[in-house]
Ligand binder design. Structure first.
Ligand code: SAH
Length: 222
């Protein structure tokens, strides 16, 4: 597909085996979905040779595409089923949204930096995900009430609080995955499952994300 990267599928397969399955994530559908997404097309051209490495990478505007393992872990906690409606906060490169689409989800994804939203939209359309992923430029702290309620909501930037809008926009049984700030410890993945009379919460991996920022960027920082 990309010159000099004809064997990307091999890299993707090795990535899922060496970085994800080896760390205990054995969900077959998830591993297969991640081998089908051409991760190298979601990173800047000059970083393509590192696209399948075990790390986050810069994608411009001071933002990053998450480490493959983190994408897998968050997706596992979110546990999307075919046909589920998922809201993502923080489109970034669009890679996480593509993985969710590969798993059969219908995805809405909100990004505050117009240039990133535009680029992600383009890549996702080029790769044929256009009918399953809708990218919105806006402030994801408000969720996206226009398409609510969602079966799952995934936040891919560090939040200092769980926004009430996120909880409100979930169906009963819906799942929210968010890296929640833990003071000097960085963040920790929080899973909230909506029950009839409140939320069941559990804490998972420690992690480091770029911060969730208020409002829509004015173009000066992208
Ligand atoms: N999921 C992405 C990685 C996201 S990095 C991927 O797969 O590549 C976090 C993203 O959240 C950045 O692009 C950042 O601009 C965006 N972001 C930060 N604050 C936001 C907000 N309030 N609303 C929407 N997006 C936000």
């Amino acid at each position: 597909m990309v010159k000099g990267f004809l064997d990307w599928e091999e890299h993707a397969k090795e990535m899922t085996e060496a970085q994800i399955a080896s760390r205990g994530i054995r969900d077959k559908a998830l591993l297969e979905a991640m081998t089908r997404v051409p991760r190298h097309l979601f990173v800047p051209e000059e970083l393509r040779h590192q696209a399948f490495d075990d790390m986050p990478l810069p994608i411009g505007a001071g933002q990053t595409i998450s480490q493959p393992y983190m994408v897998a872990k968050m997706t596992l906690l979110l546990a999307p089923k075919t046909g589920d409606k998922i809201l993502e906060i923080g489109t970034g490169s669009g890679y996480q949204a593509a993985v969710l689409a590969e798993l059969g989800a219908r995805v809405w994804s909100v990004e505050r930096i117009p240039a990133l939203a535009e680029r992600a939209r383009e890549v996702l359309c080029d790769l044929g995900y256009g009918d399953r992923v809708t990218v919105i430029c806006g402030d994801g702290r408000l969720g996206y009430p226009e398409a609510a309620p969602y079966d799952g909501l995934i936040v891919t930037a560090a939040a200092s609080v769980v926004e009430p809008a996120w909880k409100e926009q979930l169906v009963e049984g819906g799942r929210l995955v968010v890296p929640l700030a833990q003071g000097i410890w960085g963040e920790r993945l929080l899973l909230c499952v909506k029950k009839a009379h409140g939320f069941e919460e559990s804490y998972h991996d420690y992690c480091r994300f770029v911060p969730l920022l208020p409002g829509v960027a004015d173009g000066k920082d992208d």
